[in-house]
Design a protein around this ligand. Structure first.
Ligand SMILES: NC(=O)c1ccc[n+]([C@@H]2O[C@H](COP(=O)([O-])OP(=O)(O)OC[C@H]3O[C@@H](n4cnc5c(N)ncnc54)[C@H](OP(=O)(O)O)[C@@H]3O)[C@@H](O)[C@H]2O)c1
Length: 312
């Protein structure tokens, strides 16, 4: 016969078990319902991006995700400012957008690998525009081959470049554009991070760390400016077929830049933090379950990745 004390313990444990099961079910259910709202219902029920203002500004807008965002926002009726470092490409993309969607464009040439000196001309170029959406997209990798920090080719110049391009750029662009948004009490700042910024990622160390900055900056900024009518959204894609990832073949897991931008723009105003599209949200969720942080940071994982990196 179990003692009274044993019975009390087993009853307490069964309450705890039931509570945990309900908690997990409710959390999972909420996540699934939110996912459906943000990624599926938003195909037909979403915010009109024109309500934020007349112009969108996109950094790194001549190819990949940035170009696709610029095209998608133009398609939905916004005029677009394109900022990138190659004048000829800027002119081509601007012409393409005007011909396809009929809106206005403006181009600003800037190299975001450089320091604070590039921002005064950008500020002058944006003066007096009613900017509704800022897409802080520009970004670079630290190394295309996965490598230990010190084994990065060209490390000396890459350190300032990646800090300027991935972190200084969105901080300064936000400083330039946000005052107008605050004055008009509306606007959206979209910051492109990466799934690599959600977890410390060995052998993508510096890139992952700069993207963690993007994510932290966005979340804190959202808390500071939400009540002033400003939307801040952090977008953390997984693989998108662009120059940055050597145009990996598009598939269920690897999105084309155009599909990614279309789905991501649907989510503006619906969530402050997203992987951008349904496929990437599911992949992120599954990775979280199957590869917890202790496993990603283990010697075993690092050695396995190094082995495949050497083979490539
Ligand atoms: N593709 C992915 O799988 C993936 C996944 C997660 C996150 N992301 C993030 O998404 C963003 C866009 O990536 P992407 O894949 O679209 O890259 P991408 O194909 O390499 O395009 C980057 C764009 O930025 C411009 N750019 C690059 N460096 C610049 C600089 N120093 N100054 C001015 N413009 C510059 C490029 O123009 P140029 O012709 O001048 O180089 C190009 O227009 C990045 O922040 C990246 O970290 C991408």
């Amino acid at each position: 016969m179990p003692s009274e004390e044993t019975c009390a313990w087993s009853q307490a444990l069964s309450y705890l078990g039931a509570f945990t099961a309900v908690y997990i079910t409710v959390r999972l259910g909420y996540k699934i319902l939110r996912g459906l709202r943000v990624h599926l219902l938003s195909e037909v029920w979403r915010k009109d991006v024109r309500s934020y203002g007349q112009w969108a500004v996109v950094t790194g807008a001549t190819s990949g995700i940035g170009k696709a965002y610029a095209q998608e926002l133009a398609k939905r009726g916004l005029d677009v400012v394109l900022i990138s470092r190659k004048q000829e490409l800027l002119e081509n993309v601007a012409k393409e957008i005007e011909e396809m969607y009929g809106g206005k464009t403006k181009i600003i040439q800037a190299d975001f690998n450089k320091g604070p000196e590039i921002y005064e001309p950008i500020k002058s170029g944006l003066k007096d525009l009613n900017i509704g959406i800022l897409v802080n997209n520009v970004g670079m990798m630290f190394s295309h081959n996965r490598a230990r920090f010190l084994d990065t080719v060209g490390i000396e110049e890459k350190i300032p470049h990646i800090i300027n391009c991935n972190m200084l750029s969105l901080t300064k662009m936000t400083q330039i554009v946000l005052p107008g948004m605050v004055k008009r009490k509306r606007g959206a700042v979209i910051n492109i991070s990466s799934e690599a910024g959600a977890h410390p990622t060995p052998l993508f160390n510096v890139y992952s760390s700069t993207k963690a900055y993007v994510s932290f900056f966005s979340k804190a900024l959202e808390a500071e400016y939400r009540n002033l009518g400003i939307t801040v959204q952090c977008v953390a894609p997984l693989l998108v077929s662009t120059k940055m990832v050597e145009y990996k073949k598009p598939s269920l897991m690897v999105k084309t830049a155009e599909d990614f931008a279309r789905e991501a723009v649907n989510t503006i105003g619906l969530t402050s933090s997203t992987n951008g599209c349904l496929s990437h949200s599911i992949q992120s969720f599954v990775c979280e379950l199957l590869a917890p942080e202790w496993l990603r940071l283990s010697d075993y994982s690092v050695n396995q990745i190094l082995k495949t990196a050497v083979k490539q």
